[in-house]
Structure formats: C-alpha cells, structure tokens
Write a protein that binds this ligand. Structure first.
Ligand SMILES: [Zn+2]
Length: 295
C-alpha cells in the first residue's frame, strides 16, 4: 500500500501538464479554472486587440510549436490570423481540422447566421456571429466544451476537469443572479453598435440593436452609411452607442452629439481593460459600463 502511494505521488509529481494555447484570454481563464495544476495555459491575444486581426508576435510560433491543444472561439472568428500561424508552427496536431484544434461553438445557439457563407468585402462573420464570449448566456456551454476537450486530450484528468467545470458553473450561476437583477433596467434599451459583437449581450439583457456603424463586420463605414445610421438612431431614439476596446471613439462620439445618446465603451474580451482579468469580471464590467450610461 505504502509503495503504491509513493508510486502514485511520483506519477503525479512527474506528470507533464497539458500545454494549452488559446486564441483569446477569455478561454485561457476558463481553461485555468477547469484544469488547475493539470494544465499550463497561454493566450495568444492579450484582449486589447481586435479579435479578428491579432498582430503576430515573434513568440507565437514557439508557443504554438509546443502546444498540445489550441482552443479557439470558432465560427472563423480567428480566420485572418490563426490558421496560417498554426500551420507554420510545425506542430501538425494543432492545425485547423486536426484533433488538437478546438472550436468552442458546439452547442451555442449561433446568432446572425447567414443563409450563405461568404467572405466578400472582408466579411468577418461568414458563419454567424462568433462573439458569444461577450454574452453571459454562453458561459456554461463554453465551460463544458472546454472540460470535454481537456478530458479527450488527457483522459486521466477526467475527475479534475469535471470538478473544475462544476465549480466554474457554480460561479457562473451566482454571477447570473447578480446580472439578471441589476441588468433588468436594460430591457428594451435601443443601441447602436460599432461592430456586430453585441448580439449575444443584447439578447441576454433584452436590448434592441437598431443600427451598426460598420457596413458589415470588418467593413468600415462609408459617409452615406453613417448618415443613414445617424438618421435611424435619431428616429428610433437610440439610448446608447457602444464600441469596444479596439475601436476609436471618434465616430461614436460624433453620433452621440447628433443623437444625444451616450457612448459606452465595453470589453469584448478579457484583458481589454485593467480589472477585467476573468470572464466573470468581463461580464460584470460590461454590465457596469452599460448601467453607468443609462443612469
Ligand atoms: Zn466580429
């Protein structure tokens, strides 16, 4: 018995942790919460960038080269920068389509799904809206998808991942109670979004998106489009104009002057601002930003 215990301790002490790389810090935070000591996790993006266009840094390739798993949001959100990088990293198991490349959209009710998949004019959401991490309602599914991916890659850690997932889901439930109570006043508020990244947030709080500053996801506004949005925002009496950390406030501020709707800056990823260090903090931060503006 004693020998078995010593052997088990040696095995645990010597077990190599699962090396997980994630596209954005939201996923890294959840992997850390679920995997504990069985994983080491690195996020490529810092959360300050535009998720669709994260500039490659020199350390990305060595990080990807050593990865056991690469976990992404999916729905082609990272299409412009990640598949090519993963391919260059000389680590075939994590290239797109292989077992080590994980997309988290499974089980998510995808919003803004197009009838045909196209990337014309730089369309960044060809498979539907990939910003489900911004919506509080996606937390449980993201956690379960991550726990399943970790378990598939490291079956011996199943009980650890299952317990980690349960613990995280408990915290998400507690968060949802707070958000539902505090966020009730947002129901029916009309918003103008800069990018199409607020669909899940709007659905959760019952806000209504009356316009989008970008012509299409990733396609900058033209003068005629802005004129149209300004008119719509005025006629619809928009309550808020919302942009994220990676976008200039210039156009939202201009729209705010002509429509009298306040500008709100939200985080569309963990790490976007100081104090937004976890996915739960992201949800609380965004709610507070919205509440400050409607008051
Ligand atoms: Zn987008």
């Amino acid at each position: 018995m004693k020998q078995l215990l010593i052997l088990m301790l040696i095995t645990i002490a010597g077990a190599k942790p699962l090396n997980v790389v994630t596209s954005i810090p939201d996923i890294a935070d959840m992997v850390r919460m679920i995997g504990g000591n069985r994983v080491v996790v690195t996020s490529l993006a810092t959360g300050k960038e535009d998720l669709h266009a994260v500039p490659a840094r020199p350390n990305f390739l060595p990080i990807l080269n050593k990865a056991d798993l690469l976990i992404t949001l999916g729905l082609d959100a990272e299409h412009a920068w990640l598949p090519a990088l993963a391919k260059s990293a000389r680590n075939p198991k994590i290239t797109e389509g292989q077992a080590g490349w994980i997309s988290l959209e499974k089980g998510i009710t995808v919003l803004n799904k197009p009838t045909t998949i196209a990337r014309t004019e730089g369309e960044q959401h060809p498979e539907g809206n990939p910003h489900f991490n911004v919506g509080p309602q996606a937390g449980h599914q993201m956690a379960h998808n991550i726990a399943n991916a970790l378990t598939r890659a490291d079956p011996a850690g199943k009980s650890v991942y299952s317990a980690g997932c349960d613990k995280l889901c408990e915290q998400i439930c507690a968060m949802e109670t707070i958000l539902a109570k505090k966020g009730a006043v947002l129901k029916g508020k009309k918003i103008v979004a800069y990018h199409e990244d607020l669909a899940y947030l709007c659905a959760y709080y019952g806000m209504i998106q009356v316009g989008t500053i970008e012509v299409k996801p990733g396609v900058p506004p033209t003068a005629s489009h802005l004129k149209k949005i300004e008119e719509v925002a005025r006629i619809q009496k928009a309550d808020l104009i919302i942009h994220n950390q990676s976008q200039s406030a210039k156009i939202p501020k201009k729209l705010s002057v002509s429509t009298s709707a306040p500008v709100v800056k939200i985080a569309n990823a963990v790490g976007a601002f100081e104090g937004v260090n976890s996915w739960i903090e992201l949800q609380k931060f965004n709610l507070n930003q919205l509440l400050k503006a409607v008051k």
